[in-house]
Design a protein around this ligand. Structure first.
Ligand code: 5RP
Length: 225
């Protein structure tokens, strides 16, 4: 918990007055949002776009002014969490089910920072199941197709019913395992009608901020300016 908190707070040092900020989703993002709320109460002038309903609720609680995504031309900085990331900045996101909105927000951001505890750094992604957002309509056929491609799909449940995303869709978690073939997975997923988006984020972030014990480490992505 401490690692998530120090990473979340450190990331707020990159926020400047008048920015349009993307607010990520999850337990690490919580600490960042809490700190942004504190800074706003002290006079920081920013406006924010939330990546999920849960983040919208939090931002309102912390009195952070929100805009809808369609009201902004671009986003200066998005700060979000991550489920797994390797040394090449290949990442899996969507443990909280917000991958679609997180990906849209990241795609229009000038700068992306991911915050995490040290457990998120891996040699090779895939131990964490890859979340994929799918259309509920005809989902049994989508699952069958995913199974036939050996992608090991499991429909995400909440209590006894399928988990529903903020976009009113389902999530399928693909249990691919470490060292899966990213190209094979992406190429096959894009051809399945009803697959809407994946939680694979390749070379998306500009820097990562990792809580490690009592310290925080900032790593720049050399492949992003
Ligand atoms: C939500 C996400 C989160 O950023 C990711 O699951 C990390 O969560 P946490 O900070 O709680 O470990 O992608 O869709």
């Amino acid at each position: 918990m401490k690692e998530k908190k120090i990473a979340g707070i450190k990331a707020t040092e990159y926020i400047q007055d008048n920015m349009i900020l993307g607010l990520g989703t999850g337990s690490t993002a919580y600490y960042m949002i809490e700190k942004v709320g504190e800074l706003v109460s002290q006079g920081l002038n920013i406006k924010a776009v939330a990546t999920s309903q849960s983040t919208t609720i939090l931002a309102n609680e912390f009195k952070i002014p929100l805009l809808s995504l369609d009201k902004v031309k671009r986003i200066d900085l998005v700060i979000d969490g991550v489920d797994e990331i390797d040394g090449q900045f290949n990442a899996i996101k969507g443990g909280g089910g917000a991958l679609f909105r997180e990906k849209i927000v990241a795609s229009i951001a000038d700068n992306v920072i991911w915050i995490m505890d040290s457990s998120k750094i891996v040699d090779s992604i895939g131990t964490f199941p890859l979340p994929v957002e799918i259309l509920p309509y005809g989902c049994s056929h989508i699952l069958k197709k995913l199974k036939s491609l050996s992608l090991k799909p499991v429909l995400r449940m909440k209590e006894d019913v399928p988990f529903i995303t903020d976009n009113h869709n389902y999530i399928v978690d693909l249990h691919l395992g470490k060292d899966f073939d990213i190209k094979y997975v992406l190429e096959n997923l894009k051809d399945i009608i009803g697959v809407l988006e994946t939680g694979l984020f390749l070379n998306t972030c500009n820097r990562v901020i990792i809580g490690t014990g009592d310290n925080v480490k900032v790593v720049e992505n050399p492949n992003k300016s």
